[in-house]
Design a protein around this ligand. Structure first.
Ligand code: AMP
Ligand code: ZN
Ligand code: FE
Ligand code: FE
Length: 282
């Protein structure tokens, strides 16, 4: 049974690699019965204005956010949540990240061409409707052209570190990510800690360190968490005075199993978490 007002603090639009444009996404969230969502596109805030305008129209709260990839093996993403228009202040850093993407993408394409795949930069840009062009877009083309059966296969065979068409791009360190989000007036929250590939002890150490340099929350309620993982993350959040946030990582039809606000069916992020998040937005 659904109890209380529910929210989703992790969603993507066409501004990065979601299937819905920001307006559609906001209407979809409203129609799904959510009280609030955060739009957290990868490395861009370009979808936010449209999302905020649509939110006014349909009567739902939208929290401006972003999800920044930072240096860590295998991967680490830092969410930032901003009060009002302060998200504009993170744009300078995002410009830098976009440049490094724009330098990397042609290298991926030419390597894939060398490997015998007929894919052009134009193909990839056509699939990416926003300005953030990344590996998920390349993977989708490879599926569409029948070179692989799934995006997962495209990543596993070609696009992931150690595979032939992987090229790294410049990233912020976790510390820089936390600092830049904070400097812009935002609240830095560690996204999906389960993807860090750490055991509980290692995660405990890492969170202690990041909390010491200004991390404010961790995404303890996440679509791919087991109950036990959620339990452990909530406990760690408590230990370090971090807010336990949550979200579905909604990507629309590009991740069709994931339902906004509900994840794979059992996700529940209570509205009270948003009140606490706002409390951290000094
Ligand atoms: P990029 O920012 O262009 O380097 O692409 C990173 C994004 O690709 C991540 O945020 C994920 O959404 C996606 N991704 C990374 N690894 C995989 C994988 N093995 N399978 C599917 N998607 C992946
Ligand atoms: Zn994504
Ligand atoms: Fe992520
Ligand atoms: Fe995400």
């Amino acid at each position: 049974m659904r109890v209380g007002k529910l929210i989703d603090l992790h969603t993507h639009s066409t501004a990065s690699d979601g299937s819905m444009n920001p307006g559609e996404l906001v209407r979809h969230a409203k129609a799904s019965g959510l009280s609030a969502i955060a739009l957290t596109d990868h490395d861009t805030v370009e979808g936010l204005q449209e999302a905020l305008e649509e939110a006014e129209k349909v009567g739902i709260e939208v929290i401006p956010g972003v999800e920044i990839s930072v240096v860590f093996k295998p991967e680490m993403h830092m969410l930032g949540y901003f009060p009002g228009k302060s998200y504009q202040k993170i744009k300078g850093v995002l410009e830098f990240l976009k440049k490094s993407r724009d330098e990397r993408n042609p290298r991926i394409i030419s390597k894939l061409n060398e490997l015998g795949f007929n894919i052009s930069m134009k193909d990839v840009e056509a699939v990416a409707s926003g300005s953030i062009v990344g590996r998920p877009h390349v993977a989708r083309i490879m599926v569409e052209k029948g070179y692989v059966r799934s995006m997962e296969e495209a990543f596993d065979k070609y696009l992931t570190p150690g595979r032939p068409a992987y090229f790294c791009k410049e990233k912020l360190t976790p510390e820089q990510g936390i600092l830049e989000i904070s400097k812009a007036g935002g609240v830095p929250v560690l996204a999906h800690p389960i993807y860090l590939g750490l055991n509980l002890n290692q995660l405990d150490n890492l969170l202690g360190r990041l909390a010491g340099i200004g991390l404010k929350g961790i995404e303890a309620y996440y679509v791919d968490n087991s109950q036990e993982e959620t339990y452990n993350l909530v406990k760690l959040a408590h230990k370090y005075g971090l807010l336990a946030t949550g979200g579905s990582d909604f990507h629309g039809s590009f991740k069709p199993q994931i339902v906004i606000g509900r994840g794979r069916g059992n996700l529940e992020v209570q509205y009270g978490i948003l009140d606490q998040l706002r409390g951290l937005m000094a």
